[in-house]
Design a protein around this ligand. Structure first.
Ligand code: FE2
Ligand code: FE2
Length: 384
């Protein structure tokens, strides 16, 4: 296939998918076909329907998987089960023939078979993100230039960065970050691209773990706002947060960024090319905020296998206009908004929204504490 990306009718459209976290479904499981296997199949079928609907509705020019897609171990000879399962998980994407790219999630690094995972992705003709061998660490690090509709000029650049796994020092940070050598690699390449084109080419960046600056889209919640606020992550886990004004979408959990800031965001500002960056990793967040003139966007899960909330799994659409490629528009589209009905969720989980689900949990906790206090007060009054 021709792997050159270009604008179509003045637009370039990207569909991103967040942490699908699919499970392997082995032949043995299919033979026995117990309730657990049936549920796995329904979850996969619902995810397929969401992805297929996103493709048929928006006809994207590129699909980007933001990591943590299929991360289970495979002991079979030749990594056979994983390869087959991956082909099944990606079915709507492969059937569409639309080019796709991949960034590794932390769970793909968790898996000791990372090299095989990389090889498995390389088997697909439409998978166009090939690791740049000059990148100092990780996999699938690369950039892809996108041409204008006539195919005569590069007018957009796409970065794909491996954000690694866990931090060795868990007190410092739970998650790892994009390291200094990777930042230097990016800066060198970014400069080379600008020099070759005699101007800075606007860029969109994709990676799994968000940058630290994502925390700047939030403010600390006031005490009375707590039932409607998101609990912070790691060193912020004793605080509750709300979105700042102007931040669109949903904040369901504190961004699980690294707690150490290695300066990746600053390097984007220094080079001036990255106009927007999109991340996976946070399974509940789908907000988009602007931090110092760079769009930071989250893609919550596009599947049904990890912690999530009802049928709010979604796809994100990113549209760039040829007239002004610095102008990037984005929107999210939930499973239910497409008019789809889930087969893997019960009647309650299939209907309630993220916020309702969280409010129910908060009310449940409050009711439990209140019952406990009343019970203790009752016992004390009986004793005295
Ligand atoms: Fe993750
Ligand atoms: Fe994940």
């Amino acid at each position: 296939m021709n792997k050159t990306l270009k604008f179509k009718n003045g637009k370039f459209t990207i569909m991103t998918l967040g942490d699908i976290h699919e499970h392997m479904i082995t032949e043995k499981e299919l033979e026995v076909m117990n309730d657990e296997t049936k549920l796995k199949l329904r979850k996969r079928a619902d995810m397929h329907r969401l992805v297929a609907k996103g493709i048929s509705t928006f006809n994207p020019d590129l699909i980007v998987l933001l990591g943590d897609t299929l991360c289970e171990k495979d002991e079979s000879e030749g990594f056979k089960v994983f390869r087959e399962q991956l082909t099944d998980v990606l079915k709507p994407i492969l059937d569409s023939g639309i080019p796709f790219c991949y960034v590794l999630g932390n769970h793909e690094h968790d898996n000791l078979q990372e090299e095989q995972i990389v090889e498995a992705y390389k088997q697909y003709e439409t998978m166009i993100g090939v690791n740049d061998e000059t990148a100092p660490r990780g996999n699938f690090n690369c950039n892809i230039l996108v041409k204008n509709s006539e195919g005569t000029e590069d007018i957009l650049n796409l970065w794909f960065i491996d954000s690694n796994n866990l931090c060795d020092d868990r007190e410092l940070s739970m998650y790892d970050w994009v390291h200094q050598d990777q930042i230097e690699w990016y800066e060198k390449k970014s400069k080379k691209i600008a020099d070759e084109h005699k101007r800075v080419i606007p860029a969109i960046l994709f990676q799994h773990i968000p940058v630290y600056e994502e925390n700047y889209v939030m403010r600390e919640a006031k005490f009375y706002e707590r039932p409607f606020a998101a609990l912070g992550h790691h060193k912020f886990s004793d605080k509750y947060y709300m979105k700042k004004p102007g931040v669109k979408g949903y904040l369901g959990e504190g961004p699980c960024s690294p707690m150490y800031n290695a300066g990746q965001f600053e390097s984007w500002k220094k080079m001036g090319d990255v106009k927007a960056a999109f991340f996976g990793h946070d399974h509940l967040n789908d907000f988009t905020g602007i931090v110092r003139n760079i769009i930071l966007g989250q893609n919550k899960t596009s599947g049904f296998c990890c912690y999530t909330d009802g049928c709010r799994s979604l796809v994100r659409i990113i549209t760039v206009n040829e007239e002004n490629p610095w102008k990037i528009e984005t929107s999210v589209h939930h499973f239910r908004e497409f008019g789809l009905k889930p087969t893997c969720l019960g009647p309650i989980a299939g209907r309630i929204t993220d916020r309702q689900s969280m409010a129910c949990h908060a009310i449940g906790k409050f009711a439990l504490i209140a019952c406990g206090i009343l019970g203790i007060a009752g016992i004390i009054s009986l004793l005295f």
